[in-house]
Each structure stands twice: as structure tokens, then as C-alpha cells.
Design a protein around this ligand. Structure first.
Ligand SMILES: *[C@@H]1O[C@H](CO)[C@@H](O)[C@H](O)[C@H]1NC(C)=O
Ligand SMILES: *[C@@H]1O[C@H](CO)[C@@H](O)[C@H](O)[C@H]1NC(C)=O
Ligand SMILES: *[C@@H]1O[C@H](CO)[C@@H](O)[C@H](O)[C@H]1NC(C)=O
Ligand SMILES: *[C@@H]1O[C@H](CO)[C@@H](O)[C@H](O)[C@H]1NC(C)=O
Ligand SMILES: *[C@@H]1O[C@H](CO)[C@@H](O)[C@H](O)[C@H]1NC(C)=O
Length: 304
């Protein structure tokens, strides 16, 4: 036998007989970027189908919810006021006592999520754009930063370097007088003196000079490949270090591929040895070195 309807019936009987409903408990608010949602738990023994009445201190107004949460909408001026919120359960014309009071001051208590950054190198400088999170559409707040009126605190550094602070009110600005071809990292804090519940942006990094390391690396590979094919061609035509004439053709082709890999590894190891400070992150000087004749000659003599 299903006892559930019976329990429901007994509960409603209790409510109607005693005329008493338990007050809701555990009020809390999740508030992010001025999107405020009040949550609570039903008091023990609250029957299903109970609705809730949410009110503030002045009782100027109350709101109703048939769930255990409610999205609070405040006008712009009310974002700066302290609201004293209570919740009451309501069932079949019966009202519970008020819950404990919950104090909420939107602009001090709401959590502000992290800003996003986009960086672009400009030679000896870096352009930075800051995108700040948007406030809830119904909050009456167009721009969270203007609402609080504080500057951005920028921290910048070379990768693994020391942090330097910089303060600006602009969402779009430039860090000037940096070193060319070096990677810098930037992080932005929105230090609102009224609201400490803000998250800094992640560290974002960019090279100052326009030459992107990836492009240089790709170019390096292309040049290496072209040089290798050229050498193999010279070798095949017998212009340099002849292949053994007695070899059958299939073997020659197989040997060519072996030579190719040997040549490439010798070539790379020479480059790595003449460049102790070689770094995949700073390849801008690399193209000059590809024209270094000594490396080519050394590679040839080992290879032949
Ligand atoms: C609601 O309350 C009235 C008395 O106030 C009672 O007669 C009625 O049975 C109740 N209904 C429910 C569904 O509890
Ligand atoms: C709350 O009320 C709305 C209509 O106002 C209804 O669509 C919804 O199903 C109700 N939710 C619950 C949990 O009763
Ligand atoms: C009560 O709610 C009204 C309507 O949203 C609001 O204007 C008022 O500031 C609130 N008062 C308090 C004391 O929370
Ligand atoms: C910053 O924004 C401006 C205008 O929206 C745009 O022209 C520029 O390319 C952006 N810069 C970066 C580094 O994203
Ligand atoms: C902010 O931008 C304005 C122009 O839009 C400029 O005059 C001012 O110098 C900038 N401030 C900073 C700190 O970069």
C-alpha cells in the first residue's frame, strides 16, 4: 500500500487543525554580477504545494514563489541599499511565522567574475583590451566598473620575471617602452574598494614584436626541407659525395631516406650546439643564423 497520499493527508490535516506551518530555514543568496537569487529550505514537515512569500523589512512590497528560490530584482538605487529579507510559507490560507532575517546589500555582496584580456604586440609595446563582465540585464547597471568608479590595477611582467603594477581607468591601453621580441604577461584586478568579491583575470601573455615565433619556426622547417631536397638532388646527380654506383636502384632510394634523416639530425644538432641559448620562444634571430655558412660546411663534411 502506498503510504504517500496518507502522509500528505495527515500533514494537511495537521496544518488545518493546528493552523501552523513551520518557517523556512537556511536563507542564503547566490549573487553573481548583480544576478541575485535567494534560496531557502522548507521547514521540517512543510507540505508539498506550499508557496512562499518573500518580503523586505519595510513591507512595502512582497514577492511570491512556489519554489524554494527566488530571483530578486532591484532597481538601480536599491542596489546600494541594505535589504532585510524574510520568507514565510503559505498553505491553504495559513501563514507560517517569518524565517530568520537575512541581510543583503547588493553592491557590497555580489560577486564580480574575472575580466577577460586580449593582448597584441606592437613592436616595443603591447596593446591590451579589457572586457569586463556584464551586470544582470535587469539590474539597471550598464557598466560595472563605472558603477564602482575605481581604476583597473594592471600587473605585468616578463614570463618568470618580477611583477610591475600599473593603474589605468581605460579598458583599452598600451604598455610602452618594452623590449622587442620578448614575451610579457599581464593580469588585471578590478580592485573595487567597496566590493572585495572580485576575481582577477588570468595571466595572458604576448610577444612585443610582430614576428610570431610560430611563423618563424614554420619558416625554419621550410628552409631546412628545401636545403635538404637540394642537397639530395645534388647527390643524386653525382655533383657532391657520389652514391656507390654498384648499388641497385631500390637500395639507392632506401638509402636516400636514411641519408635524409641522418642529414637532418646532424644539421639540427649543429644548430643546437652553436646556439646554447636556443629557445623555441625567442626565434627571431634564427633566420640570420640559417645563412651561417660554417654550419652548412660542417654538416656536409660529416655527412659525406
Ligand atoms: C483548508 O483549510 C480549511 C479550513 O480552514 C479546511 O476545511 C480544508 O480542508 C483545508 N484544505 C486542505 C487541502 O487542507
Ligand atoms: C510554479 O508555478 C508555475 C506557474 O506560475 C508553474 O508553471 C510551475 O510548474 C510551478 N512550480 C511548482 C514547483 O509547483
Ligand atoms: C523593499 O522593496 C522595495 C521594492 O523593491 C524597495 O524599493 C525598497 O528599497 C526595499 N526596502 C528595503 C528596506 O529593503
Ligand atoms: C582592442 O579593441 C579595438 C577596438 O575594439 C580593436 O581595434 C583592437 O584590435 C583590439 N586590440 C586587441 C589587442 O584586442
Ligand atoms: C585613457 O584614454 C584617454 C583617451 O581615450 C587618454 O587621454 C588617457 O591618457 C588614457 N589614460 C591612460 C592611463 O592610459
Amino acid at each position: 500500500m502506498n503510504l504517500f497520499p496518507l502522509v500528505l493527508y495527515l500533514l494537511s490535516l495537521l496544518v488545518s487543525v493546528l493552523g501552523s506551518l513551520p518557517a523556512p530555514v537556511n536563507l542564503k543568496i547566490t549573487s553573481v554580477n548583480f544576478h541575485h537569487v535567494l534560496h531557502w529550505d522548507p521547514g521540517p514537515g512543510t507540505p508539498p504545494g506550499t508557496v512562499y512569500k518573500i518580503s523586505n523589512r519595510s513591507k512595502e512590497r512582497d514577492w511570491r514563489s512556489n519554489e524554494t528560490s527566488f530571483k530578486l530584482k532591484f532597481k538601480l538605487h536599491a542596489q546600494r541599499e541594505t535589504h532585510v529579507l524574510t520568507v514565510q510559507a503559505s498553505y491553504n490560507e495559513t501563514l507560517s511565522p517569518e524565517s530568520e532575517k537575512f541581510f543583503f546589500t547588493p553592491y557590497l555582496d555580489t560577486k564580480i567574475t574575472s575580466p577577460k584580456l586580449s593582448l597584441a604586440g606592437c613592436g616595443d609595446c603591447i596593446h591590451i583590451n579589457i572586457t569586463i563582465p556584464k551586470a544582470d540585464k535587469r539590474s539597471g547597471i550598464d557598466d560595472i566598473k563605472n558603477f564602482y568608479g575605481d581604476d583597473f590595477l594592471i600587473l605585468w611582467k616578463k614570463r618568470n620575471g618580477k611583477e610591475t603594477p600599473y593603474s589605468t581607468e581605460n579598458k583599452s591601453f598600451t604598455l610602452p617602452n618594452l623590449k622587442r621580441g620578448v614575451e610579457y604577461c599581464v593580469r588585471v584586478h578590478m580592485n573595487f574598494h567597496l566590493n572585495p568579491n572580485t576575481e582577477p583575470s588570468a595571466w595572458e601573455c604576448a610577444f612585443t614584436s610582430i614576428v610570431e615565433p610560430r611563423r618563424v619556426a614554420a619558416l625554419l622547417f621550410l628552409v631546412l626541407g628545401a636545403v635538404t631536397v637540394f642537397i639530395l638532388f645534388l647527390q643524386y646527380t653525382g655533383f657532391i659525395c657520389k652514391l656507390k654506383k654498384t648499388m641497385p636502384r631500390g637500395l639507392v632510394v632506401r638509402n636516400l631516406s636514411i641519408y635524409l634523416s641522418i642529414y637532418l639530425s646532424i644539421y639540427l644538432s649543429i644548430y643546437l650546439s652553436i646556439m646554447p641559448n636556443y629557445s623555441f620562444k625567442d626565434l627571431s634571430g634564427l633566420l640570420d643564423r640559417i645563412t651561417n655558412k660554417h654550419a652548412h660546411l660542417a654538416a656536409f663534411s660529416i655527412y659525406c
